[in-house]
Design a protein around this ligand. Structure first.
Ligand code: MTE
Ligand code: MO
Length: 222
């Protein structure tokens, strides 16, 4: 079934961003202080004893880390702005977690390909470039605002991908698949851009239309 989110976004009415935010707010975005909760499907429930994050694509058997393993790795703090393709942006969000470079070092693995498919619950995938995951502001996020993630925002682990629309930041992350081919994920197969740079408005895989939407305002918030 083709998901029609891209088509709906393209039909929505245009908005004009407040110039007071200058170059920090990407074109076509609106600033919010709230924290919208957006996802497909239900919030998954986990027993951490049975939870693992799997890494594959190294020509070896898959490697995995438990939640405790992640807590023992060096913890990284990130402060960044987030930008959702449905037009909301939030400045200065604060996260902590484990940086991919520290995971790769701990597992003694080095990816050969340039791409990563992030696999998450429930049946969500998104494609990211390895170089984006290795940026200082990308993190495998365990917590937000000095507390473990809430279930709605991705507990126990979500991806935070620096400099990309927020759909790349997969909540409920379960597996990172390293590959040398770029394969579209869930939204990318449904009309959204492969690379998703908010500052060049890489919203859609067709023409990047200067068109907005307010669907997030009707959903849940923190
Ligand atoms: N597993 C999973 N992760 C997901 C999604 C989803 O549907 N499932 N939606 C994405 C989208 S479109 C957005 S905007 C952000 C929203 O994250 P938030 O609810 O913490 O604001 O999660 C992203 N990660
Ligand atoms: Mo989104």
């Amino acid at each position: 079934m083709k998901n029609n989110k891209a088509a709906r976004l393209q039909k929505a009415r245009p908005i004009i961003s407040d110039p007071a935010h200058g170059k920090r707010l990407p074109p076509g975005q609106i600033l919010t202080e709230r924290f919208p909760i957006l996802h497909e499907g239900e919030v998954p429930q986990y027993d951490l004893a049975n939870w693992a994050l799997t890494f594959d694509g190294f020509g070896t058997a898959p490697l995995s880390l438990s939640y405790d393993d992640l807590l023992k790795l060096p913890q990284t703090q990130v402060q960044c702005d987030i930008h959702c393709v449905t037009r909301w942006s939030k400045f200065d969000t604060r996260w902590y977690g484990v940086h991919l470079r520290d995971v790769l070092a701990a597992l003694h693995i080095e990816p050969a390909g340039r791409f990563v498919m992030a696999h998450a619950d429930s049946d969500y995938q998104t494609n990211v470039r390895l170089e984006d995951l290795l940026l200082p502001d990308s993190v495998l996020a365990l917590g937000y605002d000095d507390k473990p993630l809430t279930p709605q925002h991705g507990w126990p682990l979500r991806l935070l991908v620096a400099g990309r629309y927020f759909w790349k930041s997969a909540k409920w992350l379960r597996r990172l698949e390293f590959t040398d081919v770029e394969t579209p994920g869930f939204w990318e197969r449904n009309g959204f851009h492969l690379h998703a740079d908010p500052f060049s408005e890489q919203r859609f895989s067709g023409e990047a239309l200067d068109i907005p939407e307010d669907e997030w305002e009707r959903k849940a918030f923190d």
